[in-house]
Design a protein around this ligand. Structure first.
Ligand code: PFF
Length: 455
């Protein structure tokens, strides 16, 4: 544990913690995944279930994770282990999850880099859906390009983690994050002012209850975990650096609020434009890459907007990917006594190799199914969002609720005599609501995955 605590940069202020944790939470999950997942899962119905899970599961778990981290002052594996040796496997599960998420996250990170370059060249200046779809398809059909850009994304992530320049990232976050927020609000206004945008608003906010099915429920839960970075130890690790005098009730409220705000605004920037330009709402992962360039092309200074936007998306993606790589690297440093630089290079290489088939999934491996009807990209995504992260969240709730006990957790939360008016509700949720609810959905996700694999 010692080495990682010494070599890992920590933040000096609460703002540092908020920025790093918010940096991990706000990323491609909000800007890219949320809008297309809403699109594929019936719009308002999905949003409603998402919000319910956010309040009942996401928020209580965020507080539980920060509390566990700050109480033990150890990274994920150590935090569990220091309280009960038999629970170290939860930390390990998180590490495994980090490999799988980064394997497909880096694919999309690569897409962002490619789009940034295309934006600079002025090649995205059109509202023609066929042309925009062609740009995307041509790119992902090229194995060399997909892999090269994925490698570039991973390389930058690696450099940040190994060179320990997170201090610089933290400082940059203070400018980048607010700028990103302002930009997507402006883009959302533009999108909302397009003809026929109202159809998009209706789609996003008016729930059609008949659309709610098991799939929507599983995907909404997965999206809550993915978007908040909960269930793989990132938040526990980041919480371990938080000073005892900071108010963790407030900290764990800001982050879900900010994360949800960004996701909603990203939805408002994308979905109305999809209806206005008559694009396909359920097209999946390509949605952001096809729709937003069209929005930029329809606004003044669109060329500049497009460039700045992709720079900021890249930044947001990197602040998330470094949090994942950090969890994996610190595990090997702490548990296996490997040198930080050595673990970082090997882990990045393994993730790169795992990521190659994910990068090719929509191109030359389009018709290749890894398991049943799932290609690599979908498999990594489903395995992590629907199985690993909920499982990590379920175990976190059991751990904080019953092993650490909510009584001890509450003592940590209110260590400076903070008023926690929701304390009874929080304990109730952590002990009696989160575990059974997540468990039931998890069992169904496993069943579903099994069916997809065997089909
Ligand atoms: N929350 C990140 C996003 O929304 O892009 C993705 C992520 C980061 C998931 C870290 C899980 C994690 F541990």
């Amino acid at each position: 544990m010692k080495e990682s605590l010494q070599t890992r940069d920590s933040w000096n202020s609460k703002l540092g913690f908020i920025l790093a944790t918010a940096g991990s939470a706000v990323g491609l999950g909000n800007l890219w995944k949320f809008p297309y997942t809403v699109g594929k899962n019936g719009g308002g119905a999905f949003l409603l279930v998402y919000m319910i899970f956010l309040l009942l599961i996401g928020y209580p778990l965020m507080l539980a994770a920060i509390t566990l981290g700050r109480k033990t002052k150890l990274c994920a594996v150590g935090a569990y282990k220091s309280i009960n040796k038999n629970w170290a496997f939860v930390g390990f599960l998180g590490v495994l999850c980090g490999f799988f998420i980064l394997a497909f996250y880096s694919t999309v990170g690569g897409w962002v880099i490619y789009y940034l370059i295309e934006a600079l060249k002025g090649n995205l200046n059109t509202t023609d859906s066929t042309l925009l779809a062609n740009i995307f398809t041509n790119f992902i059909s090229s194995p060399q390009k997909s892999i090269l850009y994925q490698a570039a994304f991973l390389f930058v992530t690696y450099l940040i983690v190994v060179k320990g320049i997170k201090n610089g990232i933290e400082k940059a976050s203070k400018i980048m994050m607010p700028t990103l927020l302002i930009m997507i609000v402006i883009i959302a206004f533009r999108s909302l002012s397009l003809p026929n945008a109202i159809e998009g608003i209706k789609f996003l906010f008016i729930p059609d209850f008949s659309k709610i099915n098991l799939n929507v429920i599983m995907n909404a839960l997965g999206q809550v975990f993915f978007s908040l970075s909960i269930g793989m130890g990132v938040i526990v690790t980041y919480g371990s650096y938080l000073d005892k005098k900071e108010n963790i009730i407030l900290a764990s409220t800001y982050i879900p609020l900010l994360d949800t705000f960004v996701a909603l605004v990203a939805g408002l920037a994308t979905i109305p434009a999809v209806f206005s330009f008559n694009f396909e709402i359920a097209q999946g992962p390509s949605l952001m890459f096809i729709t937003l360039p069209a929005v930029f092309s329809s606004m003044s200074f669109g060329y500049l907007f497009c460039i700045v936007f992709f720079i900021l998306v890249l930044f947001a993606a990197l602040t998330s990917s470094i949090s994942m790589l950090e969890v994996c690297v610190s595990y090997f440093v702490d548990e296996k006594n490997t040198k930080r630089s050595t673990s970082a290079i090997y882990i990045t290489l393994v993730i790169f190799l795992m990521g190659i088939p994910a990068s090719l999934s929509m191109g030359i491996l389009k018709d290749f199914k890894l398991l049943g009807s799932l290609n690599f990209f979908d498999f990594y995504d489903k395995l992590t969002s629907n199985i690993f992260l909920p499982l990590g969240g379920f175990l976190l709730a059991i751990f904080v609720g019953y092993v650490l006990t909510t009584k001890v957790a509450l003592e940590e939360i209110t260590i400076n005599n903070e008023k926690f008016i929701l304390s009874d509700i929080w304990c109730f949720l952590i002990k009696y609501i989160v575990p059974p609810l997540v468990f039931i959905i998890l069992i169904n996700s496993l069943k579903e995955l099994f069916i997809l694999i065997t089909n």
